[in-house]
Design a protein around this ligand. Sequence first.
Ligand code: ZN
Length: 407
Amino acid sequence: MTTFSAAGPSSLVVTEARLRSGEVVDVHTAGGTVTAVVPTGSRPVPPEAVLVPAGGGLVTEPFVDAHLHLDKVRTLPLIGDAALEAYTADGMADSARGIDLARAVKQHYRVDTLLPNIRQALADGLRHGVLHVQAFADVDTAAGLVGLQAVLAAREEFRDRVDVAVVAFPQDGVLRDPGAAELVEEAMATGADVVGGIPWIEAGTAEQEAHVEWACALAARLGRRVAMLTDDAPDPAYDTTRMLAEAMRRHGLEGRGVACHARAVGHYDAARQDALLDLAREVGLGLVSDPHTGSVALPVERALERGVAVALGQDDIEDAYYPFGRHNLLEVAFLAAHLLDMRSAPQLEVLVDLVTTSAARVLGLTGHGLREGGPADLLVHDATRTVDLLARHEPPRVVIRRGRELA
Ligand SMILES: [Zn+2]
């Protein structure tokens, strides 16, 4: 387990830090805040400061994982490949059947068996510089509150190292799974942070609308954010991303909503895509793409061009939907470079944004960003160029949180 001394240094300076702009700077921090970003050597280093020589390596903001099914980590061996095959077969044409098959895994749910895998995922993320996670925990009549309790326990264990926002997520729907809505309300009272939803899984348009309305009304009543999985299939008939955006406006949830997957949007015609993306920008609906876990993806660059906040997410780690995953967002970005055809130098910079600054915008994290006055949360990399950062996708050499070096 990663630890640091209780007192910690009051000031820390990263020297010869290469910003992604190419500038080489010293980053001075004190009391957990960045106090100065100045050309290297232009300001004396306080004698009491902890010195972290970056040696010209890139220094970035920490990674933000905007979408991870944390309760499901390493549960694939418990149920085998049938759900995974159904989720991905024929270009995801029957992905909903995969979700139904995956439900069986929850008969194995116990806090003491889930917790070690959850812990490992957060520790792996920490090693890879992931300091913020939006973690989905299934809350439904199969899982009850067991998955949530395991995720909440891990959130407490990692409290001083990783910020975990827990989404109470009714994986099988709320109209399709009577009782799930009440469990989500109970989950919110128990300590979950974000109201979850998955409207596209419901039986028809009216049920999808009702699902979105229920979740947004609950989030508004509790003063919380909302995060949903929308339109996770290659079928333009799905329209729940728009439903979510409209409901956010109705309920005064502007800037407090996230839609993950939204793969169907990639199958809309250009005019419909732009109308949806403009609506998402207007209501502050952030989008999360996970192109490595399915064969279709939302149009990430088009969304960015329309001014929408977009992130990449790890999504799954060895569960019924995806057999890999190390909680390494540089690996996720590397895969996205291929899957989204983003390989030019400017596009590589965008890919890094999608797991740092842009992902922070998606989650509404105000305390994120390498700047004077910002939090002293920094990653020191061996790579000196963005292309190497992505190509090698190695763990950072040093992870700094609140001005302290995590061991
Ligand atoms: Zn997902």
